[in-house]
Design a protein around this ligand. Structure first.
Ligand code: NAD
Length: 475
């Protein structure tokens, strides 16, 4: 069992930490600190020698890169060119060379288990190990021969007959005083939140991960109770999924829980028969530009703004619905009260991507029905210009109503973008979220990917906004 203290980076067993844990730490040359490494990776230098191209690496190819001046290492199915990292590695070059040209996963697990290597070596990613072709498997038959105790729970991993062990996701977990983190290594590039389906009732946790046509399932009767809200972090490039649960009682868990019937199985999605549920916030068909007319209160229709993800599970199914097909829609959920806006003088809407959807009705309501509002500002974060939803309508709205201002901020702009760029940060928020008067009553609504919303809430708290002044929309 690994007990990771709350601020566990670098982790106790990590070589990024001082050698107090007993491991030798090699003195680094000047200019070779962790910060220097981070700076180098952000410099735009081609770290792999492949000019950003990702390739499939065969075992033979991997084995060729086994020298200090040309060293590739495979970790959990992904191959990194660690040559430029050699001089920055606190454990020394010899330590890294132990895995040169080979699969270093075991070595890595023994020595650096909790180092966030995906992030640290992100720019060194060469590609994925080529998988040997396998016959299309139909049913689960064999039980993985692996018998080692995994954090207090026998793995009991059922793998597809004939399937390469490399293809099957694996998981592990660790805990702090207040959190349980389950880490799933999907071995799938381009993982996204749509491919993770989480369900939790009392102590029963069900987490399904979609990997192409297959489904990996974690199904556990947890050792202790957890809070209802949980978070999911995804390292998209390497396909690592973290499910973070909040302990109800800060007790030490001996095991994650008792495995349920389908726990740790990997099988064809069609054989699993899962129901998928997604929350969406209804929008208006368009933004009203004539404020004398209240919005269309049409109780016969709901309008949804849905982004179709090319590898999305739910949106792909939605996109392929035919006239006559059915979907079930639940009653509305949520805790937002109109009165929060009706008593405000400054309204700030922080939206990222489709996190714009709850802002549509809010914007309409604020500008058409709340006369005490002096300023309404939408700060809209997107990846590229093409991703900005309803840009034209928003710009027209800003021209029409002087109280309304809009600020677009792009995280992956093209070269010709002259506007603001970046991700949500304390400095961006302090620049754009300001009370119009020293004592004005302010409401800040925030919605987007979970990390965006969580970071935003934290930055706003640090900037001195009270809990009542900030409303995060969470699914
Ligand atoms: P996206 O991935 O295109 O990202 C849009 C912007 O969000 C990025 O430009 C960046 O500025 C920010 N962002 C993305 N990942 C971030 C991270 N890890 N940390 C900080 N900022 C980050 O967005 P998308 O594909 O349109 O997805 C929008 C998300 O909003 C979805 O996850 C959706 O579930 C969520 N959403 C939630 C609600 C709700 O809770 N009520 C409503 C609508 C949408």
């Amino acid at each position: 069992m690994l007990n990771v203290p709350p601020q566990a980076f670098p982790a106790p067993s990590s070589q990024q930490r001082a050698a107090a844990g007993g491991r030798a730490k090699v003195p680094l040359k000047p200019g070779r600190s962790l910060m220097d490494w981070i700076r180098l990776t952000k410099s735009g230098k081609d770290m792999t020698g492949l000019k950003g191209r990702l390739i499939e690496v065969t075992e033979d190819e991997l084995a060729k890169h086994n020298k200090k001046e040309d060293c590739w290492i495979c970790i959990r199915g992904f191959v990194y060119n660690v040559t430029p990292y050699m001089e920055y590695h606190p454990g020394g070059e010899d330590e890294l060379m132990k895995a040169a040209g080979t699969d270093g996963t075991d070595l890595f697990d023994q020595v650096h288990r909790w180092v966030n290597y995906e992030s640290m070596l992100k720019e060194c990613l060469v590609g994925r190990m080529a998988v040997k072709p396998i016959a299309a498997p139909k049913e689960i038959t064999s039980v993985c021969e692996e018998k080692k105790q995994l954090n207090g729970m026998l793995p009991e991993k059922k793998v597809l007959s004939g399937a390469s062990k490399d293809l099957t996701p694996s998981y592990d977990w660790f805990q702090t005083d207040s959190l349980i983190t389950i880490v799933i290594y999907t071995k799938q590039k381009d993982m996204n939140a749509e491919l993770v389906i989480l369900d939790h009732e009392d102590k029963r946790l069900r987490g399904e991960i979609i990997v192409d046509d297959y489904s990996y399932l974690l199904e556990v009767d947890l050792d202790h109770a957890v809070e209802e809200d949980m978070a999911v972090n995804i390292a998209e490039k390497v396909g690592k999924v973290e499910i973070i649960l909040k302990k109800k009682d800060n007790v030490h868990w001996k095991i994650l829980g008792q495995p349920l019937e389908s726990h740790n199985t990997f099988m064809k999605r069609t054989d699993r028969g899962t129901e998928v549920v997604k929350p969406y916030t209804p929008v208006l068909p368009f933004l009203p530009l004539d404020f004398k007319e209240p919005s269309c209160h049409d109780s016969a229709h709901i309008y949804l703004m849905i982004k179709i993800y090319s590898c999305g599970l739910f949106t792909q199914a939605l996109d392929h619905l035919q006239i006559g097909d059915c979907i079930s829609v639940s009653n509305p959920e949520g805790s937002f009260k109109k009165s929060q806006v009706q008593t405000s003088e400054d309204l700030f809407l922080l939206a990222a991507g489709t996190g714009f959807t709850p802002m549509v009705k809010l914007l309409n309501f604020a500008l058409t029905e709340v006369s005490c509002l002096r300023t309404v500002k939408l700060i809209f974060f997107n990846r590229t210009e093409d991703d900005i939803l309803w840009r034209n309508q928003l710009e027209q709205l800003a021209l029409k109503d002087q109280r309304f201002e809009i600020q677009f901020i792009l995280s992956q702009p093209k070269k010709d973008w002259v506007g603001k760029q970046g991700m949500i940060s304390s400095s961006l928020l302090s620049e754009f979220v300001k009370r119009s008067r020293k004592d004005s009553k302010v409401l800040i609504c925030i919605c987007g990917p979970t990390p965006f919303t969580e970071q935003g809430v934290q930055y706003l708290k640090d900037l001195g906004y009270s809990q009542e002044e900030v409303h995060p929309f969470t699914a």
